[in-house]
Every structure is written in C-alpha cells, then in structure tokens.
Design a binder for this molecule. Structure first.
Ligand code: ATP
Ligand code: MG
Length: 480
C-alpha cells in the first residue's frame, strides 16, 4: 500500500501544522508521530482526547502510522455519552496533551502523553498497514439518536481525500484555515489528514471567530472549511467588515458541509465577496459523497455531483429507483464506493439495516437536477413531512423562512394532524424578539415563494434552536 502521507515519508521541510504559534513541518511531524507510533505498536484501539491542538493531530497521525485504530473523543461531552463511547470502543489507553485534565470516566485508562517535540534522530516510519485495516473509529454526531461508532478503513480515508483533491484542485500548495473540532470527519479527516496527505499546510485557529478567519486568510490561507453556523456568522459580519470581505474574496476555495447551508447565507456571502461557497455532502459512515467542483458551477441549495468513485442512486419508499433527473422526484440517497465504512462497531443489527445489498442507505432525501446536481431536501426521519397528500421537504421551507426579514433562525417539522396527516410547524428565532413574525405573515411569504401547501400552519417562537457542537439542528429536541 502506498503511504497515507507521502510528504511525511519523504521528510518534506514544508510547514504542516500550525496551532497558534506552535507548528511542525512534515519532517518534524514524521519524527514526532513516528516516535509515538513505535510506542503504540500492538496497542489495540487507542482513544485520543481530541482538543483542537497539535497534540491531537500528532496522536492521530501516530496511531495511523502504527496501524492502531484511533477513537477521537469529544472533550466537551460529559458523563453518559462519554461512558457509552468508552464501553463501546474499549480503548487500551488514552492519548492526551500533557497537562490536559481528563474527566473521571477516563480515570481507569492508562494515559500516554503526546510529545510533539521532534526527537533528535528520526526513527524509520513503520511499514504501511493494509488498505482494509481499521484506521479510525469515529462516532456519528448523534443528531438522530445515540452516536454510533463507524469503523473507517484506510482505504475510505485515502479514496475520499483523493476524490476531494481532484474535485477541488487541492494540492500541497494549499494552506487551509481551520476552526472546526477534531473529533468528527469534517475537522479531522478533511481538515487535518487532508492537508497532510496533500503535503500542504493547515492553520488551526483554536476557535472560530470572524476576525481570526479574516486575518489568517489574508496572511496566507487559500482555503477555508466551515459549517453553516460559521458561514451564517460570516454573512452577518460582512456588511460591517470590509477586511473580512477582502480576505474571503482572495481565498481560492470556501467549503461548507456537515449540514445544509441556507441559501440566504450563500447569497449574502456571494453578494459581499463575489465568492460562492462550495457545498459538499458527506457522513461519518461514507466520508464524502458529493461536492460542487472547484471548476463547476456553484448552485445554492445543492451539494453538487457524486465524487470520483462514488455511485449514487435515489430510491423511492417502494424500493423503486428514481431514474428521472427532473429536480422534483424525491428519493432516499443511497451510495456505494471505496469511501464507505466497514461497519458500526458492535452493532451488526444497525450495520445490516443500513445496507441494501452493497448500497448504503444514507437516510437523506434528495432530488436531482437535469445535470446531476443533488439537492438534499432533508432527513427521512425528521425532515420529510407528509401533509395533504404531498411529501414536503423541510429544507426548502426553512430556506424560504430564512429569507424573511423578521426571521433569524428557522426549523420546520411535521406534527400529526387529523385533517392533513401532518401539519407544518415553523420553529422561529425572531430577528427582533419584540416584534416576532406572525403565522399569517410567514404563511403568505412561503406560499408566495413555494406552493400554498408548503406554508406553515403554526409558528412557535424560541430564543435559540437546539444545536449540537457542529451547529446541527437537533430536531428530536424540539418536540421533546
Ligand atoms: P447521527 O447519525 O448520529 O444521527 P449525524 O447524521 O448528524 O448524526 P454525521 O455523520 O456527522 O452525523 O452527519 C451526517 C449527516 O449530516 C448527513 O446524513 C446529512 O443529513 C447531514 N449533512 C452533511 N452535509 C450536508 C450538506 N451539505 N447538506 C445537508 N445535509 C448535510
Ligand atoms: Mg447519521
């Protein structure tokens, strides 16, 4: 198997990782991670206390070099969820940055501190593990239920990163500005392993803030990866922040993923910067499935076309495949390809239920434009509303609501209704809490933009929408 990180193997002197004023070149990373890899040899699964630090990056790279599956842990989850992940993944030890305080749930585990200083004499890197060897166990975001551990082989990581490189013209000359957490696919696999595989550079900001994004992009960044809540904050800040507009205008590629980017935010950013955010769609279980290409036409509200090697089909509830590319027929997205995970850890039942033969059922519903662009209408479980004989996606109604000046945030759900089957509910965070929009106003606004049967029947006001640490709206918390 060719090396996962050719620039590490080659000992490249280019800068690889920056976290604040601490940094490592590819050669220094090879040396620090190689030394730790020698200690990890044969360790079984290892947990990594995944703070946004140089240490986490070195720990994960060391585990990958050693062929020891790494389980990144969200340092912000507490009690029950952490205990669930630990009892499910049974790591043999936990890797942490020196000085990090670990919660009591981790107390029983052996701790190994990650040393990021390159030792004097670099060790030869271990032989590359096989393509199908489990490389990472990443837990899903827990948006629809308790998180499940997805076992990701090296093959899935290399194929997804190489397909993205092709679609985004991503090279070792790129410098990524990064502000995402390191325990999910987006921040860890795309944001850290991506630049390392390309032999390029990443600057991690520690935490997201629009000033830091502007500063780093202006200084040296070519790419920025964010989640929609970050782009929302960028869209809000742009009118009063010419430096941010200038920095974004100069970037080569702005990418959004992990949840749907509201069309309203996409348009506001395009108007202020002349740049269109590229949207991609992926999951923990499948890594990346589709993306708008760097040389393609960005189309707000779509997630682009299947990536190299990824096969994608839309399947109706009846099991019938949708062959039409009509922008209208809604089906479940099913995918197959080298980007897929192997299984859910300890969950043969859930693994079996997730597949239709070799096709993985994503649980996401979509339509396809005539040229193949995929439009996600929402999740089958929470975003597909059956009302008055129609199947309605929550996403387009949310986009229409967000376009109303009195609306700051919006989520749409269905509730049982004697007449309609389900009734459309709009959960609204008003722009001005003293002047919230009325149901009549919002219903008229939606009926004008979409179709009358898509109008909300009820408006429920909130101070904020329930979101997880990736900014995803937790719809299951809305009714509960
Ligand atoms: P869980 O599976 O535990 O309920 P989750 O599905 O949110 O949580 P992830 O694997 O992190 O966990 O997220 C994958 C999901 O995120 C996809 O199935 C899809 O619903 C959503 N998603 C990702 N990118 C996009 C996008 N660009 N547009 C719309 N939805 C997206
Ligand atoms: Mg999921």
């Amino acid at each position: 198997m060719p090396p996962l990180f050719p620039a590490l193997t080659a000992g490249s002197a280019r800068q690889a990782l920056h976290f604040g004023d601490r940094s490592l070149s590819h050669a220094e990373l090879a040396s620090a991670a190689g030394t730790l890899a020698a200690e990890l040899h044969g360790a079984g699964r290892v947990a990594v206390w995944a703070t946004p630090t140089l240490e986490t990056s070195v720990g994960v790279v060391a585990a990958l070099l050693a062929g020891v599956p790494a389980v990144p842990l969200n340092p912000r989850i507490g009690g029950r969820e952490l205990e669930h992940i630990l009892s499910d993944s049974v790591p043999s030890l936990v890797l942490a940055a020196p000085g990090d305080e670990l919660p009591p749930a981790l107390g029983a585990l052996n701790r190994l501190d990650i040393d990021v200083r390159a030792p004097g004499k670099p060790l030869p890197l271990p032989d590359e593990p096989p393509a199908e060897a489990p490389a990472l166990v990443v837990y899903t975001s827990g948006t629809t239920g308790p998180p499940k551990g997805a076992v990701l082989p090296r093959r899935a990581i290399t194929s997804t990163l190489d397909a993205l490189a092709e679609a985004w013209q991503w090279t070792g000359d790129d410098v990524l500005v990064h502000a995402l957490p390191l325990f999910h696919v987006h921040g860890l696999i795309l944001g850290i392993l991506g630049p390392l595989r390309r032999g390029g550079t990443v600057h991690h900001l520690g935490r997201f803030d629009t000033d830091a994004v502007a500063r780093e992009l202006a200084a040296h960044g070519t790419m920025f990866f964010g989640v929609p809540t970050m782009y929302h904050r960028i869209a809000e800040a742009l009118p009063g922040d010419p430096a941010l507009a200038k920095a974004l205008s100069g970037a080569r590629l702005l990418v959004s993923g992990s949840a749907a980017l509201p069309v309203h935010d996409h348009e506001r950013i395009a108007a202020a910067t002349g740049r269109r955010v590229v949207e991609r769609y992926g999951m923990t279980e499948t890594l990346m499935n589709t993306s708008v290409r760097a040389d393609g036409e960005p189309r707000p509200g779509t997630v682009g076309v299947p990536l190299d090697g990824v096969e994608l089909r839309l399947v109706e509830e009846s099991g019938e495949e949708i062959t039409a590319y009509d922008g209208e027929s809604v089906g479940e997205i099913q995918v197959r390809g080298p980007n897929l995970f192997t299984a859910y850890l300890n969950r043969p039942d859930a693994t079996a239920a997730a597949f239709d033969g070799t096709w993985f059922r994503t649980g996401d519903m979509a339509t396809r434009d005539p040229d193949g662009y995929v439009r996600i209408v929402g999740r089958k479980a929470t975003d597909l509303i059956k009302s008055g004989g129609y199947k309605i996606g929550a996403g387009e109604i949310e986009n229409a609501l967000l376009d109303h000046p009195a609306v700051r945030e919006a989520a749409v759900t269905g509730e049982p209704d004697a007449d309609l089957g389900e009734r459309i509910i709009a959960w609204i965070v008003p722009a001005d809490p003293h002047r919230p929009p009325t149901v009549e106003e919002l219903a008229a606004h939606v009926a004008q933009q979409l179709a009358p049967h898509k109008r909300p029947r009820e408006v429920r006001l909130l101070d904020a929408l329930p979101r997880n640490d990736m900014g995803k709206i937790m719809k299951r918390a809305l009714h509960g």
